[in-house]
Write a protein that binds this ligand. Structure first.
Ligand SMILES: [Zn+2]
Length: 452
């Protein structure tokens, strides 16, 4: 591509997609498995790529080996900045289950393979490419474009986005928009896209430690209030508890959107008016049998950990469990805890939140960025559905939403449901075709929202 001009031809865009693949391969070779993360190595690599292109990056080192990277491409200041956010860390990969070395960045069968190809080094590289194309072509910008690559997303705490927002809010506070992971481009049949899903809201984690107390003793002499027995009884009540179905406005809108592309007429009718549909318990059962829909329609509890005596013949003084609770927007953690305590109905059982928690956050859809995403989607496929699925998991977006920055999960790769299983799974890879799509798609979004 000629310096100083925006790519126009398919061949030019193809070349940029291939450049993204080459950069991604290098990025994947930097092992940022968290813990420990080692994001400093990745940040230095990103900074070197940016410097080659004449973009200065600042690296913050909140702890040994840890890093957050910040770069800013200046606009004329007539509109507020837009942030491209990605995390540099990845989750553990067990090489014995992979067909390739998860940190080789190898190209095979038309795809780049490695831990992080989808979550989210691939998206991070697409963000980087958008910035590089704007810079190389000297595109006049009305907004600053900020690239932020952080640590510690995968451990849900630590010195990544939370640290950055707390210590360096001054560097981002003026931003109007943020683009992050947490969106979907659902690939359908014959190269078509079923829908573009923009993440405007996500559930909030409310992880709990649960403790049952009782009388310790020798295992040969049973006690009536063995805390392990108490814990098991309490857990049985929790496992059997069907938390109430709640239709939040965002989820209602999402189902109404899904109704427009649902081929089955019965389900189409249900989705078009989900509130009415759920009043029928048989229909409610059929809808919530889909685990994804179930998670969108209620607060959920997964019992994920158990601990009691270390020794077979010792009744311990206490037994503990951990609960992965996820709350819908509008649900107060304290109110949920009171209800859970009532369900268990045992004063010897107590709950303690594992860490900080927050009510679920939501960004508005009536924004220039949302319209830019819709436009980029519909240029590719006229009339395609652009919807706002709620994420059952969570990303770092909530830190930024709480600063008043409209933050969206924006998927850049068209993926089938099967493709997305690579996220946190084995054989994670992203196709060259998806990378080429992503680079051009995100650039189009940025050109509309940030260029003059
Ligand atoms: Zn991620």
């Amino acid at each position: 591509m000629a310096l100083g001009s925006v790519p126009r031809t398919d061949a030019e865009w193809r070349a940029l997609g291939d450049e993204a693949a080459a950069l991604l391969a290098q990025y994947l070779r930097i092992n940022t498995t968290n813990p420990p993360g080692n994001e400093l190595v990745a940040a230095r690599w990103l900074a070197a790529v940016l410097r080659r292109e004449g973009i200065d990056a600042r690296i913050f080192e909140p702890a040994p080996g840890k890093a957050n990277l910040y770069a800013r491409l200046a606009g004329d200041g007539s509109a507020r900045p837009v942030i491209l956010l990605s995390h540099m860390d990845v989750v553990l990969a067990s090489p014995e289950y992979w067909q390739v070395d998860p940190f080789s960045g190898v190209q095979r069968d038309g795809a780049v393979w490695g831990r992080g190809a989808l979550d989210m080094k691939g998206e991070g590289i697409v963000q980087l490419m958008a910035l590089l194309i704007l810079k190389r072509a000297n595109v006049p910008l009305k907004r600053d474009v900020i690239l932020l690559a952080t640590a510690d997303e995968e451990i849900g705490a630590g010195v990544g986005a939370a640290w950055f927002v707390e210590r360096h809010a001054d560097l981002i506070r003026d931003a109007e928009f943020l683009i992050n992971e947490g969106g979907t481009i659902r690939a359908g049949e014959r190269g078509r896209v079923d829908y573009f899903g923009v993440g405007t809201t996500e559930k909030s984690p409310f992880w709990l430690d649960m403790t049952a107390r009782g009388t310790p003793g020798h295992g040969s002499r049973p006690t009536p209030d063995n805390p392990v027995h108490r814990l098991v009884r309490a857990l049985d009540r929790i496992a059997a508890w069907r938390t109430p179905l709640v239709v939040t406005p965002a989820v209602e809108r999402y189902f109404r959107d899904l109704a427009t592309i649902e081929p089955d007429s019965t389900r189409r009718r249900w989705f078009a008016d989900i509130r009415t549909a759920l009043r029928d318990s048989v229909v409610a059962g059929a809808i919530t049998a889909d685990l994804t829909y179930n998670a969108l329609l209620r607060n959920t509890i997964s019992i994920t950990g158990l601990k009691a005596s270390e020794k077979t013949n010792v009744i311990p003084p206490l037994a503990t469990a951990v609960l992965d609770v996820r709350l819908l927007p509008g649900q107060e953690p304290a109110a949920f805890l009171a209800e859970l305590t009532r369900v268990v109905g045992d004063s010897a059982v107590s709950f303690r939140p594992q860490g900080p928690n927050w009510p679920a956050t939501e960004s508005p859809v009536d924004t220039e960025l949302f319209r830019a995403i819709e436009a980029a989607a519909r240029v590719r496929q006229p009339g395609v559905l652009v919807t706002t699925p709620m994420l059952a998991g969570f990303t770092d977006s909530h830190y930024f939403r709480r600063l008043g920055i409209a933050s969206y999960g924006v998927g850049v790769f068209p993926l089938t449901l099967a493709d997305s299983r690579g996220v946190h799974g084995n054989d994670e890879h992203v196709s060259l075709e998806a990378l080429r799509f992503g680079v051009r798609f995100l650039y189009d979004v940025m050109a509309v929202v940030a260029a003059k």
